[in-house]
Design a protein around this ligand. Sequence first.
Ligand code: SF4
Length: 214
Amino acid sequence: MTTARLLEQIYTRLLDHFGPQNWWPGDTPFEVMVGAVLTQNTNWQNVEKAITNLKDAGLMSFEAMAALDRESLAGYIRPSGYYNIKAGRLQNLFAHIRDNWGGDLAYFLSLPRERLREELLAVKGIGPETADSIILYAAGQPVFVIDAYTHRILFRHELVDESFGYYELQELFMDNLEEDVALFNEYHALLVRVGKEFCKKSRPNCAACPLEGL
Ligand code: SF4
């Protein structure tokens, strides 16, 4: 079976089993961008609590959040963990957009994909997964987001070896799938779901998994 066919089959099986995941939860591109930073090294429930704090305080906008000092911002996002570090990362991102793009988030997110990635990766504390999550889910541009679940699942299905890095994995998807924002959105979300429920790091539950036998 070709890689393209196998990737298609993985997607079809996951979609049939789990249904659409409706990612990324967030009312606006700004909220999605903030969520992408807050979700680093924590689960989504903790991010939701931090986002609720920000919304309840009327701070879910670029202008309002960028005007906060680091200590105040850290206080609101405390439930997301590593709150001092994440407050710094958000401030770095806001400063980059304000200083280079006049604070025009919509324009910033409409930059061509490669340029947008370069800009995001130039911000201290923003790595490839966070940058690509912002590009796909906040900017709505086609890029495949890779995470630890993706690597584990593909490795266990012998599509990649352990040495594959972020961009090699990304190329595997992008070279073999149609460039499609909706497809990349759903596929990544489904891989996270199967990784959490079945393909756990400690022990895969293949017998019950929709990818059993592939
Ligand atoms: S749990 Fe088993 S069948 Fe499911 S994705 Fe992981 S290795 Fe594949």
